[in-house]
Design a protein around this ligand. Structure first.
Ligand code: PLP
Length: 406
């Protein structure tokens, strides 16, 4: 993988901040976008923008075709059985809320149980917590191990005949832990329990195959995979989408409307009320094509080298604690320096051009598990380098020195 060539595709990376080269290590929050995505978006606006699924004119038909081709491309990319299983949403959060609404309407009753893990992003925690509250169901949280992994044995102990869903993240946005989702679906399906996988932090870093994982639902966001904001995907097996009622009502999700009654469109349109974000979808398709062209196997290999190097170098910093030490980790490193506030570290290293995230990373139950309120988080993408990891380390040492002396 030629990273210096790749970096040229991401114009934002070549700037300086405070007279220092930008070192962007906040990829778990959102990624930067390659020119191929701008071009795809620009092409729609310049050449064939028109509302989709409605017009009979040339532009509308062309735009509809490009949009639906993108849906098919995404279905193929994640190895879905059909493009009917791909619902466009605003992002991971909306995808999960759509499933939670479906469960609220059709599956969950008083006394039922939903299992999540302690390492979930609030997006895959609060919707289930609220659903359980509303339905008088039980919200069950699988505690994490000290190394930031989950124990399959402990999960097995939590499953009962009342369990109606297991929802877990593929990769933790705080620890970088890769969860054994395939093992989880295997165990869950033995008892006919569906599994939702939050792939917000995995799809851009590894091969994700829904047939191989055998998950029932999977959610991800365009903006975290080098694509535009405001677009994401819910993958769901058709049997679930057939069962669920619409999530929102309006144009395009209907079949017929009369004063007496309304019937709904076929899949997946039943879940896409209103004018879809076709520009975002086409942009997200271009981002996935960019990943595919770069080669996911090469990305995995390259990112692992940079990640392992960064972990090794960060570990040499005095009084640093890195959270999450399980063997299977990628992209994300969360840490604290004893006696220093993550916010202060983040603010000072920003002055060196290093962009990281500080705080609880929308995963309060997880950070509380470690008895802290937050961490500094560096998260890597396909364009980051070992030299940037060195600069991160150097900046932290400098910032720590300044803070310790104050
Ligand atoms: N799940 C995980 C693991 C995440 O890291 C995030 C965002 O950081 C989300 C869900 C929410 O994604 P979005 O804000 O794009 O809906």
């Amino acid at each position: 993988m030629n990273v210096s060539e790749i970096r040229k595709d991401f114009p934002v990376l070549s700037q300086t901040l405070y007279n220092k080269p930008l070192i962007y290590l906040d990829n778990a929050a959102t990624t930067q976008k390659p020119i191929q995505v701008f071009e795809a978006v620009e092409e729609v606006y310049k050449k064939y923008n028109a509302n989709i699924h409605r017009g009979i004119h040339y532009l509308s038909e062309l735009c509809t075709t490009k949009h639906e081709d993108t849906r098919q491309y995404i279905a193929d990319y994640i190895n879905a059985a059909s493009s009917n299983e791909i619902v466009f949403t605003r992002g991971t959060t909306e995808s999960i809320n759509l499933v939670a609404n479906g469960f609220a309407e059709t599956i969950i009753n008083k006394g039922d149980e939903i299992i999540v893990t302690e390492m979930e992003h609030h997006s895959n925690f609060v919707p289930w917590q609220m659903l359980c509250k509303k339905k008088n169901a039980t919200f069950v949280v699988l505690e994490i191990e000290e190394d930031g992994s989950i124990s399959i044995e402990k999960l097995k102990c939590l499953i009962t005949e009342k369990t109606k869903l297991i929802a877990l993240t593929h990769v933790s946005n705080v620890l970088g832990t890769i969860n054994p989702v395939k093992e989880v679906t295997k165990i869950a399906h033995q008892q006919e329990i569906p599994v939702l996988v939050d792939a917000a932090q995995s799809i851009q870093h590894m091969k994700v195959d829904v047939k191989d994982m055998d998950c029932d639902f999977m959610a991800f966001s365009g903006h975290k995979l080098y694509g535009p904001t405001g677009i994401g995907v819910l993958y769901a097996k058709e049997k679930w989408l057939e069962k669920f009622p619409p999530y929102q009502y309006g144009g395009e999700m209907i079949q017929n409307v009369s004063i007496e009654k309304t019937t709904f469109n076929k899949l997946p349109f039943k879940f896409e009320a209103g004018t879809p974000n076709y520009i975002g979808a086409i942009g997200m398709g271009a981002a996935l094509k960019y990943i595919e062209k770069t080669g996911i196997d090469d990305i995995v290999k390259y990112e692992k080298q940079v990640y392992d190097y960064a972990v090794e170098k960060l570990s040499t910093i005095d009084n640093i604690q890195i959270y999450g030490t399980s063997k299977e980790r990628i992209s994300v490193i969360s840490f604290n320096i004893e006696g220093l506030h993550p916010y202060d570290i983040g603010t000072l290293i920003d002055k060196n051009g290093v962009a990281v995230r500080t705080g609880n990373h929308c995963a309060e139950p997880l950070v509380h598990h470690y008895g802290i309120n937050g961490t500094t988080r560096a998260s890597f993408g396909l364009y980051n380098t070992k030299q940037e990891a060195d600069m991160l380390v150097k900046s932290i040492i400098k910032a720590s020195g300044i803070l310790m002396n104050n």
